[in-house]
Design a protein around this ligand. Structure first.
Ligand code: TXA
Ligand code: MG
Length: 318
């Protein structure tokens, strides 16, 4: 059930977490499905609800540097630089794990993914529960991430007792994930913090073409709506047909009459585009169209995370 994210309901949710139950809550990126990260049985419920394979590890959410210390075994200097620059915010660090974190959280890896969310409700929830919260996005495995409480209710509502409603997620794409090994940084997933920003603070970020998938965010298809998605450079060539939609990243006048047209921003501001992306895809997917065309977006800054999600959505049907 959806509850407004007021103090009383945040406390009710925190109690549920302490009792080993699962709750859905807003973060600045997408909604998460959380459980006490120190309680293996509670975390198992997340996998069950999401139908998530056990080889896919979870991100642990913290509200303080002290809590980070509970979660990781070591904190390289470069991790501290990144935390100082981007926390709280949409950056996840993969670091050597501490023994406090059960294996189910990290899928047996010796590393743990950790992030400090910026969303006020997420911070209050972690604080009130007093424990780190393991949380993947609150969607069935492989489907679009939820950016509103209604998205969560629609996809998982019968399985989650408390969904805290904090409105629409302001960033709208998942966190950027980097792995830190001593002074080496490797990108595992594009997301809310552009790689260029990380490089300006912490030096070179290695982007490798993975033969070995370390994060399912790296799977060729993921984050996918049920409707076929086709990325398109030249939008003048698409059929003007009411069984289709076109998603444009900036608003402009087009000669189409029949095709459903959606704009992700007024003027091409990539923050607005990211914030609207999943909400737009959820709405179009519900219309059960034949094809959703999506205009290609310049792959710089946040554009890289946005195109990554669109390419993965397209790959599901090709
Ligand atoms: O913005 C976000 O990151 C959202 C909000 C809720 O925080 N969470 C999210 O979680 O997107 P999820 O589970 O949907 O994606 C987390 C990714 C997965 O692809 C997982 O494989 C990867 O993080 N991951 C987690 N722990 C890892 C580890 N130790 N090594 C490598 N990848 C890891
Ligand atoms: Mg996810």
């Amino acid at each position: 059930m959806i509850y407004p994210a007021k103090e009383t309901f945040i406390h009710k949710a925190a109690q549920a977490l302490q009792q080993g139950n699962v709750v859905a809550f807003p973060t600045e990126t997408v909604y998460g499905l959380g459980a006490n990260a120190l309680n293996a049985e509670a975390v198992a419920k997340i996998f069950e609800i999401k139908q998530r394979p056990f080889f896919d590890p979870l991100i642990v959410h913290v509200d303080s540097r002290d809590m980070v210390q509970q979660v990781v075994a070591t904190l390289p200097d470069i991790a501290i630089l990144c935390m100082d620059a981007f926390w709280p915010g949409p950056l996840t660090l993969v670091l050597p794990k501490s023994n406090n974190i059960p294996e189910i959280v990290t899928a047996g890896l010796d590393t743990v993914a950790v992030r400090m969310p910026q969303h006020d409700v997420a911070q209050k929830l972690i604080h009130a529960s007093g424990v780190p919260i393991a949380a993947p996005s609150a969607n069935p495995f492989g489907y679009l991430s939820p950016t509103t409480a209604e998205h969560v209710a629609k996809q998982l509502g019968d399985k989650v007792e408390i969904i805290l409603d904090g409105g629409q997620c302001p960033v709208g794409v998942e966190s950027t994930i980097i792995k830190i090994e001593r002074d080496n940084i490797t990108l595992l997933r594009h997301g809310g913090i552009p790689v260029e920003d990380i490089e300006s603070v912490a030096g070179k970020v290695n982007i490798i073409q993975h033969t070995h998938v370390e994060a399912p965010g790296q799977l060729p298809y993921h984050y996918a709506p049920k409707t076929k998605i086709v990325l398109i450079k030249d939008i003048t060539n698409i059929p003007d047909d009411s069984s289709c939609a076109i998603i444009l990243y900036k608003k402009r006048d087009l000669p189409f009459k029949n095709i459903h047209t959606m704009y992700l921003s007024d003027n091409g501001d990539m923050r607005q585009v990211a914030a609207n992306l999943f909400t737009c895809l959820h709405a179009l997917d519900a219309m059960k169209l034949a094809v959703i065309y999506a205009e290609e977006i310049p792959e710089v800054g946040l554009g890289q995370a946005i195109m990554d999600r669109l390419k993965k959505a397209q790959a599901r049907h090709s």
